[in-house]
Ligand binder design. Sequence first.
Ligand code: KIV
Ligand code: NA
Length: 257
Amino acid sequence: MKEFRHAKGKRLVYLTAYDYPTARLAEEAGVDAILVGDSLGMVVLGYPSTVPVTLEEILHHTKAARRGAPETFLVADLPYLSYATLDRALSAAERLLKEGGADAVKLEGGEEVAEIVQGLTRAGVPVMGHVGLTPQTASQLGGFKLQGKRPEEAERILKGALALEAAGAYGVVLEMVPALLAKEITERLSVHTVGIGAGPHTDAQVLVFHDAVGLYGEFKPRFVKRYLEGGKLIREALQRYAEEVRQGMFPGEEHSF
Ligand code: KIV
Ligand code: NA
């Protein structure tokens, strides 16, 4: 992976984006990589989880994000069950890379997906892994909670990350795991780790755009830092717009022909 061969220890910045304006803002802000995550389902499409997201939906949004950020490394998530077999994974990846303009794909799981990751990378598809809390199968993990607290759980996550690296993954996302486990995995891997809710020791960090700018709901997980109360600002602006229309203040002379 040309762009990420020297990513180890670089503290790279990943951010999700799902459309033209958000990807454009991410690129203008100078992030190192954009992820068209299947968090799309929750923060943009209003689904209760990432499970319903389809390949067509990810593809549609990958194309838009690519148009907004033509110069930035772009990873697209493989949706739930789109990589259940190598054939399916290859054809999904083919569409995301060729039609969508993605540079890489990401999929969830450890040892159980290593063979798929190996098949993809052997075919020439850059793949990012994702272990710890894996939202597509969160119900099997007991919900959206910290993973890897118990030693045997931590061991499984570490083994998963090592298996992904051995299978050719160019990097691995660590989601909602203890900071010390993320540190150990980061030290053991020669490819870069990307943390979310995984503490400060991963090589890179990722945040969901709508979480970072305050556009998603009232619920804020502990690992999210809101850099902007965007929802509040936008709501207030729209209230002003509605008020001005109702009071005959908009449009004014300067907006009229
Ligand atoms: O879908 C997503 O946004 C993700 C990141 C949180 C890693 O997978
Ligand atoms: Na995802």
